[in-house]
Write a protein that binds this ligand. Structure first.
Ligand code: AMP
Length: 121
């Protein structure tokens, strides 16, 4: 599969459409989900052009991998839900068809701000 340069998160990264930004560094960009499923529902995406976690795992550099994992923690801390300062959260990424992925740019959902319930319904 080839990365779609016109997916909605690519447009957000290029600043072509607005978002409710939370955090940005060299490796990640984070913003609030437009259709929140929980009290807090943030998205964390790598700045690199990766379709999903499998593709990221195969092709991302070690620095990009560390940057993404650390970026998730930085966003969680900023939102007050990391275990250092808050009560925790769920990090989830959907992968391709059976995973229910809608936007083909790798993204982690961070759900929190309340007890987020069972993992799979
Ligand atoms: P997924 O099904 O894992 O691909 O999740 C895609 C997520 O992107 C959904 O939770 C959508 O609500 C969210 N989403 C779609 N468009 C936007 C947007 N313009 N800004 C923020 N979140 C969006």
């Amino acid at each position: 599969m080839i990365y779609d340069e016109n997916n909605i998160f690519a447009k957000i990264l290029r600043g072509e459409i607005p978002c409710n930004k939370i955090y940005e560094d060299d490796f990640v960009f984070s913003f609030h989900d437009i259709n929140p499923q929980k009290k807090i529902h943030a998205l964390v995406i790598p700045k690199g052009k990766y379709i999903d976690l499998d593709e990221f795992s195969l092709n991302a550099s070690p620095d990009e991998m560390v940057g993404l994992i650390k970026g998730i923690n930085k966003v969680a801390k900023k939102l007050g839900i990391s275990t250092e300062i808050g009560k925790g959260y769920r990090a989830l990424t959907n992968i391709s068809d059976h995973g229910g992925q809608e936007v083909p740019h790798l993204h982690f959902h961070l759900f929190g701000g309340e007890n987020v319930g069972r993992m799979v319904e």
